[in-house]
Design a protein around this ligand. Structure first.
Ligand code: ADP
Ligand code: PHD
Length: 452
């Protein structure tokens, strides 16, 4: 069995949903199909929630009407028959009736907000299942809220997911296609919750891991993971193969095509992940698996909104226990640290969640001196096979960056990652100069020095 996930752009237009059906039928394997909300819907639902929170009923009602109109037009093109359209209209009327009732609850709490945001995936999957039914396909809609669980820390409970899903799937052995929602889940209080923005990729990987799928395919609007951010850099190309470790580093450090946690369940259960393009299905895409390929430097990614914290020990040389005390504070505030550099008396760290920064700083000041934090920083992450015997990689990176001020460097923690901290104003320049130096320079040199 395979798990195929289609993102917001892949379900965002009626004709795209038609293409998904064709894609599903062009491959004989049984599949669990994970769908995101129509592109733009999650943002629109969040905006409705913001208006409700602010007691701005008129604004909330207007935003709801706009979104409902969008869905009304969508279903007109999605279905071919009057019966199909009537079915689609019932789905839209029911879900928007529910959305209105949610927004009417005062005060509008986080519980209602999560139920509201979940409506994006509920609508897309119900509409798609009704479309497959109209076409007489052998499919069923399986609510993710029946099996997708997170714990009190927001972490998915893989064992529970596996147990519930396997039991449910046993009832549908005759179904060729099983549709479910990405992103949404239940928390330990049984409330509707979610896996955070972009979380449908994670759903697909959790399902793929839970059922030990043959393959997980993430279908999106680009022909695989590119060697650099195509929104910022012009000359990028798709990478054919990545190891789980390389893909995890890229996703964590900003390659938007994958949710940062996607790789973990797939890697745990050894399920390969393939990134494919809905608009160009014949393109090979990117295969993420255990194998390595020989190119040393694979790709570059950038993570935004980073804050750097510079901590100096007041006890000076040979103080032990200092790092433990520092990291206990970050642990206490559940704030992950991305980059770390140390000297004998100082440690610098970066974080991307600065929600508790004031409290963290106050506790650090009890035993350390802090410099002023550097906000609006960017981590540039170069990913590849950097095993200890490889020469010259850092030289190439630093050569490319010679005109850009570097605040921190992290190299050697993993064999797959070299990270640099720079101010975000240099991000586009850094991605572009690294792209030219790391991926095109040698070829350009060959052209210059090879006699025609
Ligand atoms: N290194 C990269 N390789 C490929 N795409 C990337 C990369 N970095 C950023 N992206 C962006 O990720 C987008 C796909 O992710 P996303 O919008 O979340 O898709 P979906 O809606 O299908 O989940 C691409 O359109 C591309 O602009
Ligand atoms: N709808 C969610 C989940 C998601 O993963 O979307 P996408 O597959 O379009 O990134 C979001 O917008 O965050």
């Amino acid at each position: 069995m395979q798990v195929w996930k289609f993102g917001g752009t892949s379900v965002g237009k009626p004709e795209r949903m038609h293409s998904i059906r064709e894609l599903l039928n062009s491959d004989p394997s049984r599949k669990i199909v994970v769908l995101s909300a129509l592109s733009g819907s999650t943002n629109a639902l969040i905006a409705i929630g913001e208006a409700a929170k602010a007691f701005d009923d008129a604004k909330a009602a207007a935003l709801i009407e706009d979104l409902k109109t969008h869905y009304g037009l969508f279903i007109k093109e999605l279905y071919a028959t009057p019966a199909g359209r009537a079915n689609g209209q019932t789905i839209v009327d029911n879900e928007f009736g529910f959305i209105k009732s949610l927004v009417g609850i005062k005060p509008f709490t986080i519980k209602q907000e999560k139920e509201l945001v979940a409506e994006g995936e509920i609508l897309s999957t119900k509409m798609f299942q009704a479309y497959l039914e109209e076409k007489g396909e052998n499919s069923v809609l399986l609510p993710a809220l029946d099996f997708m669980r997170i714990d009190a820390d927001g972490e998915p409970e893989l064992a529970t997911i596996e147990e519930k899903l396997v039991t449910i799937l046993n009832q549908y052995t005759d179904k060729q296609t099983i549709i479910t929602q990405g992103f949404i889940c239940r928390n330990p209080r049984e409330e509707v919750d979610n896996l955070k923005r972009g979380g449908s990729d994670y759903t697909a990987s959790l399902i793929g891991g839970a059922i030990r799928a043959d393959e997980i395919q993430i279908w999106t609007d680009i022909d695989g993971m590119h060697n650099n951010d195509p929104r910022i850099v012009k000359r990028t190309f798709p990478i054919r193969e990545l190891t789980f470790e390389e893909a995890a580093e890229l996703a964590y450090f900003g390659a938007k095509i994958l949710h940062p946690s996607t790789i973990t369940p797939a890697k745990l259960r050894g399920v390969p992940v393939r990134l494919k393009n809905t608009m160009q299905p014949e393109a090979p895409g990117t295969l993420i698996a255990n194998q390595t390929s020989d190119r040393d430097i694979k790709a570059i990614a950038a993570k935004d909104n980073i804050t750097a914290i510079y901590i100096h020990s007041t006890r000076m040389l040979n103080a032990y226990g200092f790092l433990r005390r520092v990291f206990e504070i970050f642990e206490k505030y559940k704030t992950p640290v991305d980059m770390i550099t140390t000297s004998e008396v100082s440690v610098s760290v970066t974080i991307d969640n600065s929600e508790n920064l004031d409290k963290i700083s106050a506790e650090l000041r009890e035993f350390a001196d802090l410099e002023e934090h550097d906000r609006d920083q960017n981590i540039i992450c170069i990913v590849g096979n950097f095993s200890a015997d490889k020469e010259g990689i850092a030289l190439k990176v630093l050569d490319a960056m010679k005109h850009i001020p570097i605040r921190m460097i992290s190299y050697g923690a993993s064999e797959h990652n070299l990270s640099l901290l720079i101010h975000s104003k240099y991000k586009a320049e850094a991605l572009n100069v690294l792209n030219e130096r790391l991926f095109y320079y040698e070829d350009a040199m060959k052209d210059i020095f090879t006699a025609p």
